[in-house]
Design a protein around this ligand. Structure first.
Ligand SMILES: [Mg+2]
Ligand SMILES: [Zn+2]
Length: 182
């Protein structure tokens, strides 16, 4: 019997980690990579991690933009990465917001999106990382029993000051510093 090897993954929050934080990013023209994040994704890929984006997009539930627009934004991200010979393994997003669409298990800090990816890709969560710029992301990673990384881009610096009971395993200046040092 062949035992398939479990894979390790980097679960990446999108806004404030990969691209510059813009409140409710709703126009592909406003999608801009954070300095070094493309390099970071390349380095992480070379280190044999699956790259999986895990993003809350409540702007859809709120009616600020549609899933079609989100697709255009993601296509822009994917095509720039492709020009740099980098491929994301998957993108999971939660389009919900409890006030508009009721509760769901995918909206971070719930770990639904990570658990879905774990089943699809046979991921070893204990050797995987959740990287985000908010303590909400850290809580998500902890709920899924991943290692957790706060980056100080996006809301990261403000969030670092709020650290009390939810403590990230690691803190890095940005995604590239994490990628180099992991
Ligand atoms: Mg974020
Ligand atoms: Zn959801």
């Amino acid at each position: 019997m062949k035992v398939t090897e479990k894979k390790k993954a980097i679960f990446l929050d999108r806004d404030g980690v990969i691209n510059k934080e813009v409140s409710y990013l709703s126009n592909p023209d406003d999608f801009e990579f954070i300095d070094g994040s493309v390099d970071a994704l390349r380095i992480l890929k070379q280190k044999h991690f699956l790259l999986i984006v895990i993003t809350n997009q409540a702007g859809i539930a709120r009616g600020f933009f549609t899933e079609e627009t989100l697709k255009l934004i993601h296509n822009k991200m994917i095509s720039i990465l492709k020009q740099n010979m980098i491929e994301l393994n998957d993108i999971y997003y939660c389009p919900h917001h409890p006030e508009f669409t009721g509760p769901c298990d995918c909206r971070k800090p719930n770990s639904g999106m990570i658990l879905k990816a774990k089943l699809k890709y046979n991921i070893d969560l204990s050797n995987s990382y959740m990287v985000g710029d908010t303590l909400n992301d850290i809580e998500t990673g902890k709920a899924a029993k991943c290692k957790t990384v706060l980056v100080l881009t996006g809301y990261g610096k403000e969030e670092q000051k709020k650290i009390r009971s939810i403590i990230p395993d690691m803190i890095f200046k940005n995604l590239k510093e994490f990628a180099i040092n992991i």
